[in-house]
Design a protein around this ligand. Structure first.
Ligand SMILES: NC(=O)c1ccc[n+]([C@@H]2O[C@H](COP(=O)([O-])OP(=O)(O)OC[C@H]3O[C@@H](n4cnc5c(N)ncnc54)[C@H](OP(=O)(O)O)[C@@H]3O)[C@@H](O)[C@H]2O)c1
Length: 282
């Protein structure tokens, strides 16, 4: 994984280069808000945007990229198939809808948003088809544990290239990271800033001060040094730039270990084994 500067990438198991830092757009409102967020990110040098059909803002993401002066092929775009759209045929048609919203003729990465029980293997079959047809450059999964990945590894030819999971100082899941490393699956962090909760941990402020960096920068840097692709979300220009200013310092091994030690197995989102109830109730 190359983390020299914002153009740094990691090479996925199929040879595709994935930028190590991206902009997350969950809860960025469709229309002006998401368009401006993506514009700020592109200006700051980000070349990776993470959206999903569930976020309802693929259209704005596509528009911001299309109207920038940056060639489509220079921006890595991830989108995801939502839970209600899973199954073989439904996934194929959900993918078509996503591309239509994005106004693009391919996606860089298509992910299964959550492993819907009884459906996600069929969904994976559809992702394999889309990949084999060249409609998506890479495929992967999100919100999976080792047992979900093993199901896919045992039943399919294509191994997920990426696993996008909740990852922050309170939820490290080091054994899962190790499993991914062994199987050449790139780990990617969602909610790297714990949706803002990292700022409440005093110890992080202390550690960040040692480097004259902010807590957000410390944590983003910690993600990268752990070999984790990261997609912090902000709709504010200054924060989007701040979150990208993480390539001029290196945190010590001791500091990495101190952040690791804050792990409590705590989630801000649903658990991969019982998320269906969570989404029914929310
Ligand atoms: N696969 C999945 O199931 C899944 C689930 C959740 C998220 N995701 C992806 O991961 C991305 C990131 O996760 P997330 O959006 O949940 O949370 P996050 O990136 O951990 O945190 C975002 C929050 O932190 C604030 N923030 C950002 N930078 C800041 C800074 N430098 N200083 C102070 N506050 C800052 C943002 O506020 P402002 O926007 O107001 O600046 C926002 O409230 C999402 O946007 C989405 O693309 C995927």
């Amino acid at each position: 994984m190359d983390i020299k500067d914002i153009s740094g990438t990691t090479t996925l198991r199929n040879g595709i280069a994935m930028p190590v830092l991206g902009l997350g757009v969950y809860k960025a409102k469709e229309g002006r808000e998401v368009i401006e967020s993506v514009q700020h990110a592109l200006e700051a040098g980000y070349r990776h945007i993470d959206t999903a059909s569930f976020y309802g803002n693929e259209n704005g993401v596509g528009e911001a990229i299309r109207t920038s002066n940056i060639p489509r092929e220079d921006v890595f775009v991830t989108t995801k198939v939502w839970n209600d759209d899973q199954g073989f045929e439904q996934t194929l048609s959900a993918f078509d809808s996503s591309l239509k919203e994005l106004g693009m003729d391919y996606a860089d990465l298509y992910l299964i948003h959550w492993p819907v029980p009884g459906k996600y293997l069929e969904t994976w079959k559809a992702l394999e088809k889309l990949y084999n047809e060249g409609r998506v450059k890479a495929i992967g999964v999100s919100n999976c544990l080792e047992h979900h990945l093993n199901e896919i590894l045992e039943n399919f030819e294509i191994v997920p290239m990426v696993l996008q999971n909740e990852f922050h100082p309170r939820l490290v899941q080091q054994p899962l990271l190790n499993f991914c490393k062994r199987n050449n699956i790139q780990y990617e962090a969602w909610s790297p800033l714990m949706r803002g909760e990292v700022f409440k941990l005093d110890i992080l402020k202390e550690l960040a001060d040692n480097y004259n960096k902010t807590v957000a920068q410390l944590i983003i840097r910690w993600n990268l040094q752990k070999g984790v692709v990261t997609i912090p979300k902000s709709v504010h220009r200054d924060r989007i730039f701040e979150n990208a200013d993480v390539f001029d310092f290196v945190i010590s091994g001791e500091c990495v270990r101190r952040i690791d030690s804050l792990d409590r197995g705590e989630r801000t989102g649903a658990h991969p084994n019982n998320f269906m109830d969570h989404f029914r109730d929310n």
